[in-house]
Design a protein around this ligand. Structure first.
Ligand code: KDG
Ligand code: MG
Length: 403
């Protein structure tokens, strides 16, 4: 058995902050796990260093489920984004180690490939409808089969998902939270126009997605879903805040637009009602924020009973380590739906050398043993942590809203 002899937390900022856990075993095998919680990075780093690493030393690295249970039940304080991200990092690193010891890529340990590749969606955004459609065309030329569309809202100075940079979107952009302004009525006018223009320009063979980012009430979401139905959206994401899972019943009464939710979920309990009542079509929970591969498989197994498919979060704040883990999970899970893919910058890719690849709108984790990703610590050390917050959002009258 590979015995854990050391574990350390590496915080680096190659263009943006990432927290990585590296576990070492007595036979020299190492494993990596992503522990990045955007805007709250050091809380997880401290949780790991102070409260998790000391409990790992001396344990059998092969006992993934037992270590998961130990960290979850053993903490007494269950769930929560900080705890579950920390557990996820340990879990990913242990799957990485098990794969390396077995000489197999992790997806083989999860039951093997259920498909040839993983369909991903890219992000097209622009300040105007025309600009967004032009960027979407470019994605289509690159072979993407699915594209998320976000555009600026006329009369608003900033809009969720619309970047300053054409290719790399980074919302955690300031030392203190930036304040954005939001108008639901202006937004509700522009999105159907965006979808109409996109269908006209891109045709019907490409999947089109949209992220509402928790900003509508259930009845407003129902109305938007209904307005978009003629343009056949692949999904509407995070239509309304999901703390109250029952809210989705109201949306379902008004639209057949497929619904996706869960990028901020950290536990199966966040999604239980949504899945069991078939109130959603795609579950967006991710390896890094929902307790690792071990817990995400449990969520996917529940979802499979109710024909809910997976659609893992994959924004740039999920490091290439999480991306690799997600791709092993995606390839092996029977009820896979789609995977989000936001390209990392060249600086980030250099710090995290990886085996995964993209071709023709599909990704594959590669066949390197373990997760097929590592952290170049010599390079990482040159990028100091830089505090960066996500923005906050206010209505035009100053009321704080969901960002
Ligand atoms: O850290 C927050 C981002 O990951 C989030 O805003 C991105 O909503 C997002 C998405 O769907 O990628
Ligand atoms: Mg989202």
């Amino acid at each position: 058995m590979p015995k854990i002899v050391a574990a350390r937390v590496i915080v680096t900022c190659p263009g943006r902050n990432f927290v990585t856990l590296k576990i070492e075993c007595d036979d020299g095998t190492t494993g990596v796990g992503d522990a990045t919680l955007n805007g709250r990075e050091l809380a997880v780093a401290t949780y790991l260093t102070e409260h998790v690493v000391p409990c790992l030393i001396g344990r059998d690295a092969h006992r993934i489920e037992d270590i998961w249970q130990y960290l979850y039940k053993g903490a007494y304080w269950r769930r929560g984004p900080v705890t579950m991200t920390a557990i996820a990092a340990v879990d990913m690193a242990l799957w990485d180690i098990k794969g390396k010891v077995a000489g197999l890529p992790v997806y083989q340990l999860l039951g093997g490939a259920c498909r040839e590749g993983v369909m991903v969606y890219g992000h097209a955004n622009g300040t105007t409808i025309e600009e967004t459609v032009e960027v979407a065309r470019e994605y289509q030329r690159q072979g993407y089969k699915a594209i998320r569309l976000q555009c600026g809202v006329p009369g608003m100075t900033s809009s969720y998902g619309v970047s300053k940079d054409r290719y790399f979107y980074e919302p955690a952009d300031a030392d203190l939270p930036t304040e954005n302004v939001w108008s639901t009525s202006k937004y509700l006018r522009v999105v159907p126009e965006l979808f109409a223009a996109a269908r006209e320009a891109l045709g019907w063979d490409v999947h089109l997605l949209h992220d509402i980012h928790h900003r509508l009430t259930p009845i407003e979401a129902g109305r938007l879903g209904r307005d978009l139905e003629p343009w056949r959206p692949f999904w509407l994401e995070d239509a309304t805040p999901a703390e109250n899972q029952a809210a989705f019943r109201l949306i379902r009464q008004h639209t057949t637009a497929p619904l996706a939710v869960g990028e901020i979920f950290n536990s199966i309990w966040d999604a239980k009602t949504l899945i069991e009542e078939q109130l959603i079509d795609y579950i967006r929970a991710t390896v890094v924020h929902a307790g690792g591969i071990t817990h995400l498989r449990r969520i996917a197994a529940l979802a499979d009973l109710y024909q809910v498919r997976t659609g893992c979060h994959g924004a740039t704040d999920l490091s290439p380590v999480a991306m690799a883990a997600a791709l092993h999970f995606d390839l092996s899970v029977p009820n896979f739906g789609i995977q989000e893919y936001m390209r990392h910058t060249p600086e980030t890719d250099a710090v995290f050398p990886h085996a995964y690849s993209f071709e023709g709108g599909m990704m594959h984790p590669g066949d390197a043993p373990g997760l097929g990703v590592d952290i170049d610590e010599a390079l990482a050390v040159g990028y100091d942590y830089k505090r960066a917050f996500l923005p906050v959002n206010r209505l035009e009258d100053g009321t704080l809203w969901s960002w």
